[in-house]
Design a protein around this ligand. Sequence first.
Ligand SMILES: [Zn+2]
Length: 279
Amino acid sequence: MCTRIILLASLIIGLSCNSNPENPPPPMEETTTSIVNDTGKAIPAQQSFQPDKNKLYVYLTFDDGPQHGTRAVFDLCKTEGVKASFFMVGQHTAQRKNGLLLVDSIKSAYPQTVVANHSYTHANGHYKYFYRHPEMAFADFQQAQQYLQISLPIIRLPGNSGWVLKDTTHLSHLVSRVGKKLDSAGYNLIGWDLEWHFNKHSAKPVQSSQTMVNEVNRLFQENKTFHPNHIVILMHDRMFRDSADLVKLKEMITGLQANPTIIFETVDHYPGLKWLKNR
Ligand SMILES: [Zn+2]
């Protein structure tokens, strides 16, 4: 319990550091939700992050961990000093030796890295069945939230780029009922703007690091991101389990850093998230 309170406190302090002290915090929302909380106590609403309009924000997101590659990606982000978000799977954590320890390491590195919810079972690969049973799917996300002791109300749907923010929703027909249920319970859903694809057999990255950099720059220039000046990049931890492929991730980061207006952020700073008094 003690560790959780300290982590939660550091999360709140970390977010507060980004706020302008001249502006009073926004009023707290009155919403009470059924999101599993790990403290049993109400916490203050988070201060909304105010992005710099002259900057471009890149959210590096890594899905499906813990897997082979998670530790390497985490270490690289620390070494390079870039922020990253890990959407983790409960079952992968349970099946992996010291899985929860790795999840805790990533959480403890906040504000550099965050852990968010990518379901407990990852739909067992049967997405249509999963999303056509919204009660079951909802329980699955709740189970992951509880098992991984995630404090952020942020989810990424398995196999689907659905979005639910405070004032914006973008859900395909298949995931609509699950998305609305999660929305009512106070969760945000974060999809992605650009995917670094992987080979289905080898799990190796398909595009080159330079192609990824070019794509990021193009999407920014053509204003083709879900939110202007903010781009969410989807990757998978397993793509970078080999050191030769990890180098490609480093190259992409270096290529993006060549643009001085780019800032790397974690998904809890994405514009338009809803923050809750009780969770
Ligand atoms: Zn996934």
